[in-house]
Design a protein around this ligand. Structure first.
Ligand SMILES: CSC[C@H]1O[C@@H](n2cnc3c(O)ncnc32)[C@H](O)[C@@H]1O
Ligand SMILES: [Zn+2]
Length: 445
């Protein structure tokens, strides 16, 4: 018998349980994840790791589950500074009477820098390693994500009317093109195109978005069929449902992420299915704004890729993806009238691999697989609220709330160690957040 060759690595994570997500929905025991640089070199039994690998550092996680970092596929990160500002309202009243006026008054480059950092602190603390953002001053959000070392899809906003970020479609598109060019090769930032919604973007800028997506490969993310009002209003004014209009304009495509989709008739389902577009399900925002329910299991059964997002903290009102998963799994059962709809393993897959697939990054992200980027989290199951343990996957979805996340590595770099953020100065951030709170509360910019 020949001795095993010893392979060098940077970090070895020894986990009591491990959920790789692929190739199958399993919980493995006593596994080791070997990280070399920014990538996963191997996922092997601890015995095999002892024989084959020598690493600079070993992290022992004896009561923990290791899994791929969560991918929050939709949000408006800096809106964390508007958390709790306007509650208990339906979407259009919330936007027209509260949020859009507040954005006009307060959103600036510094607001985006501070609000995005607040959002990243919450997301990393609760297990998210990649987030998708659609908000103003995307160049500032991109720089914040890059500087912190958090992975982010950053969509530039596109609307028919002027906002704090520009005068209209021409300016948004030219700034957006520059954003795509600047960040195209970055390790952390994935630029994208964010036409806000069918009711705020007319046909011409939508066509130009499609062309830009085809020219650059950047995905499109759009709010679509969020409420019954959106669909009825479009039918009355344009004689067409928004999904049919998006289909005609070429917006529905394999590189497009449709956010919300609470209103789906048979022809909508067929259009989404045939196009290969992805659906981003944000159940808590849909519940809070009373927008409706997306039929998750029906979409999955039809072969549609469904990923999960929190939406912004002003309509959720947190960015905890584990909480979102619990809601997604629970709501799916009622909507399908089937307790077997969206199992714990399916929910975990939606929040990881399906998110990676929606961004076209399945080769690199979304599972603990040798060769993929080392975005890894660990959840400590030793707290009373997670005991006893029969099935760790069940606990992650049905009992956990993000507060048990103890460790996170993004791109092989530690971001959370024993529950403490390593790359964000929380005390300093809190001072800036308190300053914003005072300014917003007293309504002065
Ligand atoms: C163009 S930047 C994003 C824009 O979207 C607003 N927004 C936040 N949440 C929602 C939602 O659920 N539906 C539609 N629009 C939303 C946000 O306030 C920005 O103005
Ligand atoms: Zn949104």
């Amino acid at each position: 018998m020949t001795a095993d060759t010893i392979i060098a690595g940077d970090i070895r994570i020894n986990a009591r349980w491990l959920i790789p997500i692929e190739p199958e929905a399993v919980v493995l025991e006593h596994q080791a994840v070997i990280i070399q640089g920014s990538r996963i070199a191997a996922v092997v039994s601890q015995e095999e790791a002892d024989r084959k690998y020598r690493t600079r550092e070993t992290v022992d996680l004896p009561n923990h589950v290791a899994m791929p970092g969560l991918i929050n596929m939709h949000g408006h990160a800096a809106m964390s500074l508007f958390r709790g500002l306007a509650d208990d309202l339906p979407l259009m009243t919330w936007l027209n009477d509260h949020i859009w006026p507040a954005e006009g008054a307060f959103v600036s480059e510094q607001f985006i820098a501070d609000g995005t950092q607040l959002a990243m602190a919450e997301m990393i603390r609760t297990g998210t390693t990649t987030f998708s953002d659609m908000y103003f001053f995307p160049e500032i959000a991109a720089q914040s994500a890059h500087d912190t070392g958090m992975r982010a899809q950053i969509s530039f906003p596109l609307l028919d009317f002027p906002t704090v970020w520009g005068s209209g479609p021409d300016e948004y598109l030219s700034k957006g093109e520059a954003l795509i060019k600047h960040w195209a090769q970055d390790d952390y930032v994935m630029p994208a195109i964010g036409p806000h919604a069918p009711y705020t973007v007319s046909d011409d800028p939508l066509r130009r978005s499609v062309q830009l997506s085809k020219d650059t490969g950047a995905p499109i993310q759009i709010h679509l069929h969020e409420t019954a009002f959106e669909v009825q209003d479009a039918e009355e004014k344009l004689g067409q449902r928004p999904v049919a209009r998006m289909s005609e304009l070429g917006v529905l495509d394999t590189n497009t992420q449709c956010v919300h989709m609470t209103q789906i008739n048979d022809s909508d389902l067929k259009a989404v299915m045939d196009s290969g577009a992805h659906v981003i399900h944000c159940p808590e925002s849909n519940l809070k704004l009373a927008s409706g329910f997306s039929p998750t299991q029906k979409l999955l059964d039809a072969g549609v890729n469904v990923a999960i997002g929190t939406d912004g903290a002003a309509s959720n009102n947190d960015l905890d993806m584990f909480g979102e998963l619990r809601t997604a799994a629970m709501v799916a059962k009622v909507v399908a009238d089937d307790a077997a709809a969206v199992s714990a393993h399916q929910a975990l897959r939606m929040a990881t691999l399906n998110g990676a697939r929606a961004m076209g990054r399945e080769q690199d992200l979304g599972s603990l697989t040798a060769g993929k980027l080392a975005d890894v989290i660990a959840i400590d199951l030793s707290d009373p609220f997670l005991q006893p343990v029969y099935d760790p996957a069940s606990h992650l979805v049905y009992s956990n709330h993000g507060r048990a996340v103890s460790h996170s590595w993004i791109h092989g770099v530690p971001q959370l160690q024993e529950g403490r953020l390593t790359r964000i100065d929380v005390a300093d951030l809190m001072l800036r957040v308190q300053d914003w709170q005072a300014r917003i509360r007293h309504n002065k910019s």
